[in-house]
Design a protein around this ligand. Structure first.
Ligand SMILES: *Cc1c(COP(=O)(O)O)cnc(C)c1O
Length: 395
């Protein structure tokens, strides 16, 4: 060990080891020291790979980013950001300018909708929200200034499936970019770049990191110039993630495929179970033949219908309260993708800003729940829903 007895504050030497750690080291260093100004020139000019200042990139973010690039088949390195919304912001705020027009799905994630409705118009961009299951409706919303169509493959919380194939054709034909927020579907079920998307966005906070202990996002572009603009904007705007969050996310991602497959298999079992329970008015799961987009989901997701199930109880708020009170061991919490099953109630959370009439138009009443299925043993999980539905019915 060099400088072992140095009295300098940062002697800059690690203990020697001929062997290497199996686990990615956590690198919280904000700055990286170079040997000489010549070396720093070489780093800044890209002749030498080396980190400088962690807002511009750090090893833990790159480990997560390159792993997700491989999973998505991204042709250029994507950016890792401090949250999913930071990734949405990088795309919407980093690539376009005042006067441009952006089309979004009318059932986008709540904060993405807010950015479309409030922030982009404030900055002089125009936006339209349309049903992305209907390509002709999207075509009708196109303008000469349209630059982007932003969609989620499966919508929240009604789990409608976008016509991605049709949208990709429309986007190519008209020279408009197609961005897919792949958070719900994940690259295990759907690879947007293969389907013709230009940009892929993720909230790693959900299924990919998977343990509800990290906020992180990702965005990647199929075009090299766009990828570079995302990278530069992310550095300028300071969307940089914390190394520790990246370290935790990598740990979660190591088991992602196993967790996803298990949760998805249980989701199908739970959906079928719920459909046979008294007091449950309807069940929404893309893997069921009675789902309105079942055929499209089957083609798009190739039989991988994911871990999200929605259902509606008979009754209203009182029945919903009785249900969550009786749902022993399930977190009633507005998130998804955790190792444990979570329940969300859109009328009191994600969709509370809408009027009851607006919610009714989307099919979201007071008895409507969204379930993010986790890793519980399927029979035990179904038993909890049986109990909770009975409690709601006999309240
Ligand atoms: C959660 C979520 C986001 C936002 O991600 P955060 O990590 O919470 O910022 C964006 N899109 C979808 C579909 C989400 O579910």
């Amino acid at each position: 060990m060099k400088n072992e007895t140095s009295s300098l504050v940062r002697p800059n030497a690690l203990p020697e080891s001929a062997s290497r750690p199996v686990v990615t080291p956590l690198s919280p260093s904000v700055v990286y020291a170079s040997d000489t100004p010549d070396m720093l020139d070489a780093q800044y000019e890209g002749r030498l790979q080396g980190y400088t200042y962690s807002r511009e990139g750090h090893p833990n973010a790159d480990v997560v980013g390159r792993r997700l690039d491989r999973m998505e088949g991204a042709p250029h390195p994507g950016i890792v950001t401090a949250s999913g919304m930071a990734a949405v912001s990088a795309v919407l705020l980093g690539l376009f300018k005042a006067g441009d027009h952006v089309i979004g799905g009318n059932q986008l994630y709540g904060r993405s909708l807010r950015m479309m409705n409030e922030d982009l118009p404030r900055l002089g961009l125009e936006t339209s929200l349309v049903d992305v299951g209907d390509v002709e409706a999207v075509r009708a919303a196109l303008r000469p200034e349209t630059r982007l169509i932003l969609v989620e493959a499966v919508s929240n919380p009604t789990l409608r499936v976008a016509d991605i194939a049709g949208l990709a054709r429309l986007a190519k034909e008209t020279g408009v970019l197609l961005a897919v927020d792949n958070t719900f579907t994940t690259p295990r079920a759907f690879k947007p770049f293969e389907a013709g998307a230009d940009i892929v966005i993720h909230s790693l906070t959900k299924l990919l990191a998977g343990h509800s202990d990290v906020m992180l996002g990702y965005a990647a572009a199929a075009d090299a110039a766009l990828a570079e603009r995302l990278r530069v904007f992310s550095i300028t705007a300071g969307l940089t993630p914390s190394p520790f969050d990246c370290w935790l996310a990598e740990r979660g991602m190591l088991t992602f495929d196993l967790r996803f497959d298990r949760a998805q298999a249980t989701a199908q079992v739970l959906a079928d179970h719920l459909s046979a329970l008294g007091g449950v008015r309807r069940v929404i799961y893309p893997g069921r033949a009675d789902h309105p987009d079942h055929a499209r989901a089957d083609a798009l997701l190739e039989g991988r219908f994911c871990n999200m199930v929605s259902f509606e109880l008979d009754g209203g708020r009182a029945e919903a309260n009785a249900f969550t009170r009786a749902a022993e061991g399930l977190s009633f919490a507005p998130t998804l993708g955790d190792v444990g099953t979570t329940l969300s109630h859109p009328a009191s959370s994600s969709h509370r800003a809408l009027s009851p009439e607006q919610r009714a138009a989307l099919g979201i009443g007071e008895g409507f729940f969204r379930v993010s299925v986790g890793l519980e043993e399927p029979d035990a999980l179904c038993a909890v829903f049986t109990e909770a539905a009975a409690a709601a019915r006999t309240r």
